[in-house]
Write a protein that binds this ligand. Structure first.
Ligand SMILES: Cc1cc2nc3c(=O)[nH]c(=O)nc-3n(C[C@H](O)[C@H](O)[C@H](O)COP(=O)(O)OP(=O)(O)OC[C@H]3O[C@@H](n4cnc5c(N)ncnc54)[C@H](O)[C@@H]3O)c2cc1C
Length: 593
């Protein structure tokens, strides 16, 4: 039977030994994160994920969500109770500001908890995940009145939040939004329109649902510049916080889809629903981006979390399943055949996953730590740099981790042979669930365009040059370390490739925008590899310092060596493809396809 056990040792390694978050006690919220507290959170969180959420993963997949004629939606058996336990346990409040009733702990600690939830049950995790994003957007753009009325209940996830962008005619191109907002004399707006594919748009987990809806105020400018953001509660809320009458919004239907069946993907109809403006008129995208950026990191984390789940089960299977004999002689003479883990090609599948997952976990946590520094660091320079990093790296985390995470899930399925294709082993669900991560929250293609079109050039390339100089500094500081040489040289060489790709883009992307578009996917992957190489070099340094203390460190170094020797060479192919420019892609006329 498939299983999930939170990778607590690896999480502690990154939080405490690589990032050393306990040394930042001068930052608000960090003063409490002693190693004991972090261990307690990870242990308890891991238990909740394993014992409460994971058993519902297959149930959610099989049952899915069901809509009744009265437009209510029932989530799978066990989901409401698990959600209740999640709220009662105070988990959604981990990193929330104490002013909103939270514990105020670092975002990076919350990320570790979120990874566990998402591994154990990705479809379930989306309900509190999107709620947290909606809460952040409200905090960033809402009036004091809106924050006071809705903030605490959303922070605790007692009320859920959703994100309403997509309409039948607009997905990527939000400038095409048709949903209308008509101003009312009392300062509210009447919202009318249809949104599709809204995750958690209706459910039976919470007493209220707070929809954040993008709409165009009547008479507002056309295109993206005329979009505003509104808070539309399912139930109106009285001055005293009590639940009032039903608002004019409802679920018109549920999508049947490939995966994440436990998460309700809804058509949402707004029929003159009462909405409250969040932020300024026509500047809704600015606030929605707070939610979208948070959600993008969350989706990257989903890719990683599903890879972890798949990998754990692939490793178990590889140790148990016996087929064929080792190429170098019998390894298990008491069995009719050797366990398949003796075969190098099976090892390749496992090592590809392991090397990606551990590097990607460090990269995600490191990026989440930048989010903490961005808000909490005392020096303005540090805040500016981490804010630059967040902007630059969000598309990389989203697209690289979901692309590779999905690939890992497929390798785990492949490793299972025919069993992977059957339901019993759980692999096919992971592959189906994980597939959406490369699509929603802005497709990976659009993330790559964001990286090359917007993020690289912002502030004259300040963010990418900071990244290069941080890598150079690490290389210079560790050049004489012979034991680390493989990692330092690997990092140096992939960074040189990324730098060459960046220069090529700067010289050729502006003169022909199709050059930028054509190279964007490979450039993003080159960036992802470089980021992971930087993480692996830092992890290897820490592991070398502790070598001999426990087998964990030797294993870390062996996995890191595999990353450098077997995964980093892909960088050269990505660079070659970056530099072909647009012609090979654009030569054919549309009717030739
Ligand atoms: C299960 C599920 C849950 C979802 N949850 C939500 C939700 O909660 N809230 C919400 O608002 N939306 C949600 N979505 C919608 C999701 O965010 C969109 O599907 C996604 O943004 C892509 O839009 P689209 O499907 O219309 O594709 P399109 O925009 O039509 O794109 C089609 C293809 O063209 C490419 N493409 C489009 N434009 C460009 C361009 N300019 N340059 C290069 N390539 C381009 C894309 O990469 C893609 O491959 C969900 C979708 C699904 C399937």
């Amino acid at each position: 039977m498939p299983r999930y056990d939170a990778p607590i040792r690896d999480m502690r390694f990154i939080l405490q030994e690589v990032l050393q978050i306990q040394n930042y006690s001068n930052l608000p919220g960090f003063e409490e994160v002693t190693p004991d507290l972090v261990s307690a959170i990870l242990e308890e969180g891991g238990k909740f994920a394993k014992e409460v959420l994971y058993p519902l993963n297959a149930v959610g997949d099989r049952q899915g969500c069901v809509r009744s004629d009265d437009a209510s939606v029932k989530t799978p058996d066990g989901f409401p109770d698990a959600y209740k336990q999640l709220v009662e346990g105070g988990w959604p409040l981990l990193s929330v500001d104490p002013e909103m009733g939270g514990q105020g702990l670092p975002h990076v600690v919350n990320i570790a908890w979120t990874e566990m939830v998402s591994s154990a049950n990705m479809a379930f995790g989306m309900y509190p995940g999107l709620t947290h994003g909606a809460f952040q957007a409200l905090m960033a753009g809402g009036s004091d009145e809106l924050k006071a009325k809705y903030g605490p209940k959303m922070a605790s996830a007692e009320w859920a939040g959703t994100m309403n962008l997509t309409e039948p005619q607009c997905g990527t191109d939000l400038g095409l939004i048709k949903t209308k907002a008509v101003p009312q004399p009392d300062g509210t707006y009447k919202i009318t329109g249809q949104k599709i594919w809204i995750s958690g748009g209706e459910q039976d987990l919470t007493e209220n649902i707070i929809h954040l809806v993008l709409a165009r105020i009547e008479g507002g400018p056309e295109g993206i510049k005329g979009i505003s953001l509104f808070l539309v509660p399912k139930y109106m809320v009285g001055e005293d916080g009590s639940i009032g009458e039903r608002n004019a919004c409802s679920c018109g239907g549920l999508e049947e889809k490939m995966g994440i069946h436990g998460n309700a993907t809804c058509v949402m109809n707004y029929d003159g629903a009462t909405g409250f403006l969040v932020g300024e008129e026509h500047k809704g995208m600015r606030t929605m981006f707070v939610m979208m950026n948070e959600a993008r990191l969350g989706v990257g984390l989903q890719g990683l979390s599903q890879a972890e789940l798949a990998y754990q089960n692939a490793a178990d299977f590889a140790r148990d399943r016996v087929q064929g004999r080792s190429l170098t002689g019998v390894k298990s003479p008491d069995q009719p055949a050797d366990p398949i883990i003796v075969h190098p090609d099976v090892r390749r599948m496992l090592m590809d996953q392991k090397a990606f997952i551990e590097g990607a976990r460090c990269f995600t946590y490191w990026t989440a730590f930048q989010a903490d520094l961005q808000h909490k660091a005392q020096e303005e320079g540090v805040r500016e740099k981490s804010s630059d990093y967040m902007a630059l790296l969000t598309p990389v985390v989203k697209a690289y981790l979901t692309h590779k995470g999905y690939e890992c899930a497929n390798w785990a399925l492949q490793l299972h042979g025919g069993s992977g294709f059957t339901r019993e082993w759980g692999m096919e669900q992971i592959v189906r669930d994980c597939r959406i991560t490369t699509i929603y929250e802005g497709t990976n293609g659009v993330q790559a365009l964001d990286l090359v079109g917007r993020k690289l050039a912002a502030n004259g390339g300040r963010a990418v040059f900071s990244f290069f100089s941080d890598v150079d500094e690490f290389v210079a500081a560790n050049e004489g370390n012979e034991e680390l040489a493989l990692f330092v040289e690997g990092l140096q060489s992939i960074k040189a490739e990324l730098q060459e790709g960046t220069m090529w883009l700067m010289q050729n992307g502006m003169s022909d925008f199709n050059n930028a578009g054509a190279s964007s996917h490979d450039y993003l992957h080159l960036f992802g590899l470089t980021a992971l190489a930087y993480m692996w070099a830092q992890m290897a340094k820490v592991a070398l310092e502790s070598k001999g203390k426990e087998p964990f460190y030797e294993q870390k170094l062996a996995t890191g060596r595999y990353f450098v020797e077997r995964l980093l060479p892909d960088g050269a192919a990505h660079l070659a493809k970056v530099k072909t420019g647009a012609a090979p892609l654009m030569d054919l006329e549309a009717d030739a396809f």
